[in-house]
Design a protein around this ligand. Structure first.
Ligand SMILES: *[C@@H]1O[C@H](CO)[C@@H](O)[C@H](O)[C@H]1NC(C)=O
Ligand SMILES: *[C@@H]1O[C@H](CO)[C@@H](O)[C@H](O)[C@H]1NC(C)=O
Ligand SMILES: *[C@@H]1O[C@H](CO)[C@@H](O)[C@H](O)[C@H]1NC(C)=O
Ligand SMILES: *[C@@H]1O[C@H](CO)[C@@H](O)[C@H](O)[C@H]1NC(C)=O
Length: 481
């Protein structure tokens, strides 16, 4: 009985073994590189290989080589892919560096590989060489005055053993020049803009002794040989001579003057001057109210400068009159005109001034061609206006002959009154007016005895008695005595 019970227990124990095996934990069977996950349908567990491993999760989970896929696809451009047990990482190819200074990186962290500019690192190519950056690399060639040793150009220093050795060294630089042409042994220079070659040789040559035979070219700033040209006081030319040598320069000055109011007028002149001076002056005899164009040529440098200038109106010369005193009411007065080049814009005006208590005569008063406008003084009047161009050398003019002169009535003089006759020469151009006056005659009525002490002395000479300059209002007072 006892034995049976023991057997049953054994049987039960044996019978229990398979029953127990059915409910055993699946997770216990997972590979060490696997995780035990819940089944997706929700009942029970399943072994899955960990990230980076492939297999059935139980008997094998082996490392997956991610880098078998194209590195460019997995890590990006210019990279290499490194597989590790269960993972991988990326590095940049030689000549490239990661954008974030991390030596290694994994994709998706934003890092990419960019070209290194090796030329920014001083000495990449060695002395005397010129560095050229390339995509992922660089190369070197020799500068002027250096030549390549142990190789050919272009070379790449770590790879090739080539280097640049000074033959003559860096090319010599000259002031105000630029290199126009060169090969390994000859450099040709030219002056930079605004400078011109003065003297010296144009080429530096790398001699066989290994030194540059320097060019001796000198460049000097170009300045016009006639500079700062100006006209002073409407007559004197001033200029600065820019010379490169101490030699004497010959200047030829030509001028031509023209006038709007006188088409036939041309004032031409020519002057020569030779001088070593730096500052020059030449005074010309320019005529008034004329537009001039003046050219000045420096003969040796074949340079011409031109300046335009105009001259202003000058006081017209008063004619020469023969002062006389008359007792007749129709005196004939004489004048001899003065030479004047302003004839087309000049007039003679004859004024009659009845002698009164106080007399004033303004020589600079404006010319009124409208005779209906009375001259401001009540009694003085213009009795005649004559274009100077119509007067020959001499003229006889009779006051009070009852004729019209230039639109003015030459009215007879009243008997018994005293008059002064004044001759005014007027030149007028645009808004400018200049005039000069002379006392021409005194006409005496019988009832007065005139004494003009200050004038009589001059009058006795019988020439110009009174010249009143322009811009100068002259008031003339007399008193009846
Ligand atoms: C450079 O140019 C000069 C003149 O044309 C010539 O004589 C010389 O041989 C050239 N040197 C080299 C290295 O090309
Ligand atoms: C000089 O030239 C100016 C401009 O052309 C002109 O207005 C003026 O009338 C001229 N003067 C003379 C005197 O011809
Ligand atoms: C004369 O020349 C001056 C300066 O060159 C100029 O301002 C003026 O307008 C000129 N006058 C005439 C009448 O041409
Ligand atoms: C003006 O008169 C003088 C003297 O009577 C005479 O000699 C002269 O020829 C005359 N002049 C003119 C231009 O008529």
């Amino acid at each position: 009985m006892e034995r049976n019970r023991a057997m049953i227990v054994v049987i039960l124990l044996i019978a229990e073994v398979p029953a127990k095996g059915h409910i055993l934990d699946v997770c216990a069977t997972c590979h060490s590189n696997a995780n035990c996950d819940d089944k997706s349908e929700g009942s029970g567990k399943v072994c899955n290989c960990k990230y980076g491993f492939v297999g059935n999760g139980r008997t094998f989970c082996q490392d997956k080589d991610e880098c078998q896929i194209d590195a460019n696809q997995i890590c990006g451009q210019h990279t290499t892919c490194q597989n590790t047990y269960g993972s991988y990482y990326c590095t940049c190819l030689a000549g490239y560096s990661p954008s974030n200074d991390m030596a290694v990186f994994i994709p998706n962290d934003g890092t990419h590989c960019q070209d290194n500019d090796e030329c920014r690192i001083a000495g990449s190519c060695g002395a005397g060489a010129q560095c050229r950056n390339l995509e992922g690399s660089f190369d070197c060639s020799c500068q002027l005055g250096y030549q390549v040793h142990n190789g050919v150009e272009p070379f790449h220093p770590p790879r090739d053993k080539a280097s640049c050795k000074a033959k003559c060294g860096p090319i010599p630089l000259l002031a105000q020049t630029e290199v126009m042409w060169h090969n390994r042994s000859v450099v040709i220079y030219r002056c930079v803009d605004g400078y011109h070659s003065w003297r010296g040789s144009y080429a530096s040559v790398c001699g066989s002794s290994g030194v540059w035979l320097r060019a001796t070219l000198r460049c000097i700033e170009i300045k016009p040989p006639v500079n700062h040209l100006s006209v002073l006081n409407e007559k004197c030319l001033h200029w600065r001579a820019e010379k490169y040598e101490e030699d004497e320069e010959v200047y030829k000055v030509t001028y031509i003057g023209s006038r709007d109011y006188e088409r036939s007028f041309h004032d031409r002149g020519k002057r020569c001057l030779s001088s070593k001076a730096d500052q020059l002056e030449l005074c010309l005899n320019l005529l008034p109210v004329t537009n001039y164009s003046i050219s000045i040529s420096a003969l040796s440098s074949r340079f011409t400068a031109t300046i335009s200038t105009n001259t202003s109106l000058t006081v017209p010369p008063a004619p020469v009159v023969y002062y006389r005193e008359f007792e007749t009411p129709v005196p004939t007065l004489r004048l001899r005109r003065s030479p004047n080049t302003l004839d087309p814009i000049s007039l003679y005006q004859v004024f009659v001034l009845p002698v009164e208590e106080i007399m004033m005569f303004d020589c600079s008063s404006p010319v009124s061609s409208d005779i209906s406008i009375k001259i401001k003084s009540s009694t003085e009047y213009i009795t005649a206006q004559i274009d100077v161009g119509h007067v020959r050398t001499d003229m006889n003019f009779t006051v009070g002959d009852g004729l019209y002169y230039g639109g003015f009535f030459n009215a007879p003089l009243e008997n018994g009154r005293n008059y002064y006759i004044i001759l005014r020469a007027v030149s007028q151009w645009k808004s400018a007016l200049k005039s000069s006056c002379v006392l021409w005659a005194k006409v005496r009525g019988t009832s007065y005895v005139l004494r003009v002490s200050s004038l009589s002395a001059a009058a006795a000479i019988g020439l110009v008695v009174l010249v009143i300059l322009v811009g100068y209002s002259f008031n003339w007072f007399f008193k009846r005595t």
